[in-house]
Design a protein around this ligand. Structure first.
Ligand code: PRP
Length: 177
């Protein structure tokens, strides 16, 4: 079996888009303090790059969830595997995701976080694969809508590999030697 990766979204395109999203967030949250929630592991890179462009006071926390489906067949069976280190009550919270696929993860997170009484709760994702959606989810900031291809890089993995690529690539796996 051999794996190959071709560029779908270049490093330069990512930089331009992240700068643009940050501009929107800077306008929307001007004069307020913003609490970013990085959903591990995929959104590490996006959270870092985006946060560098934000101009308001920013705090960052991390959480992780696990889905009991797999990469091609997800399920709505989601569990929290790492909780936040601080309460979010009264804070303006922005959840940062790398990709919305079926929507199960964000649907689970939104319900769970809303119960903790943030002052506001919005969602930002770098990538959106609308063709794969199984549950509706309102996303406030979207970087790129992408086709139903297996993507890796800039935080996204295949079997935990390729997260370190500086661009978003399409992964092709060929059977045989
Ligand atoms: C990815 C991604 C989202 C989720 C989206 O995480 O980071 O959290 O899948 O999929 P959904 O919309 O179908 O729920 P993954 O489970 O691959 O974990 P990772 O972030 O650690 O790579």
């Amino acid at each position: 079996m051999s794996e190959s990766v071709s560029v779908l979204i270049s490093e330069e395109e990512l930089e331009r888009k992240i700068d643009q999203i940050a501009g929107q967030i800077n306008r929307d949250y001007a004069g307020r303090q913003l609490h970013l929630l990085c959903i591990l592991k995929g959104s590490m890179f996006f959270t870092c790059e985006l946060s560098k462009h934000l101009t308001m006071p920013v705090t960052i926390d991390c959480m992780a969830v696990a889905s009991y489906g797999n990469d091609t067949a997800r399920s709505g069976d989601i569990a929290l595997t790492l909780d936040l280190s601080e309460p979010i009550a009264g804070k303006h919270v922005l959840v940062i995701e790398d990709i919305v696929d079926t929507g199960y993860t964000l649907s689970f997170l939104r319900k769970m976080l809303q119960k903790r009484n943030p002052a506001s709760l919005k969602i930002c994702t770098l990538l959106d694969k609308p063709e794969r959606r199984e549950v509706p989810v309102d996303v406030d900031y979207v970087g790129f809508q992408i086709p139903n291809e297996f993507v890796v890089g800039f935080g996204l993995d295949y079997a935990q590999k390729y997260r370190n690529l500086p661009y978003i690539g399409m992964l092709e796996i060929e059977e045989g030697e």
